[in-house]
Design a protein around this ligand. Structure first.
Ligand code: MG
Length: 203
């Protein structure tokens, strides 16, 4: 199994009277994120974590904020596309974890809705998606309510070719061993395989 881990981080400034969208959920608040897209800073950090795990660059590379195609776009569409990109490379999403730093509003009531929304966009079960929120005790730009930051990590995996091969090789090895009780004959068969078979005592 080929495991990969990725990290993402994003910041958006807050401004009055803009919609606040976090983790795919619109949240009632007096301020929202300034952005080219819908400003979903949580999904942006998550996209970067997923892309980073697969060494596929970052969200700006795939969805440039200079492109009119992405003006005001629902970031769940971007997350869905990122999940597709990973699957095109043979990866599946193991789990993701996001930490949102915002002084206001209180995010606890929205956590499960965010998990469902992001899990839906990625095509995974809700329990593979964790969202946590914290204030910064009024410290820093988040604490002054000038912006929101999010960090995210993602674990992805790709069943290695060797997994199938190993199962096949074990079965093959047991078969050969049964068919060739003569140890010398067994060794000869094993030595003629393009990749060495497991020794009987390794199985
Ligand atoms: Mg962003």
């Amino acid at each position: 199994m080929d495991f990969r881990i990725g990290h993402g981080y994003d910041v958006h400034a807050l401004a009055d009277s803009l919609p606040l969208v976090l983790g795919g959920v619109e949240i009632a608040h007096t301020k929202g994120c300034v952005a080219h897209s819908d400003g979903d800073v949580a999904i942006h950090a998550l996209c970067d974590a997923l892309l980073g795990a697969a060494a596929l660059g970052d969200i700006g590379l795939h969805f440039p904020d200079t492109s009119a195609d992405f003006a005001g776009i629902d970031s769940k569409i971007l997350l869905r596309r990122v999940a597709e990109l990973l699957r095109e490379k043979g990866y599946e999403i193991g789990n993701v974890d996001c930490t949102i730093r915002a002084q206001q509003p209180r995010l606890r009531p929205h956590i499960d809705a965010m998990r469902r929304a992001m899990a839906g966009a990625m095509g995974v079960d809700d329990d593979r998606v964790s969202v946590k929120a914290t204030t910064t005790e009024h410290l820093g730009f988040e604490g002054r309510e000038e912006g929101i930051s999010v960090s995210a990590v993602a674990l992805i995996y790709r069943p290695a070719d060797g997994k199938f091969n190993l199962q096949f090789r074990i079965q093959n090895c047991l078969y050969l061993y049964d068919q060739t009780p003569n140890r010398d004959a067994y060794e000869a068969v094993e030595n003629n395989l393009s990749t060495p078979c497991l020794r009987a005592h390794d199985i």
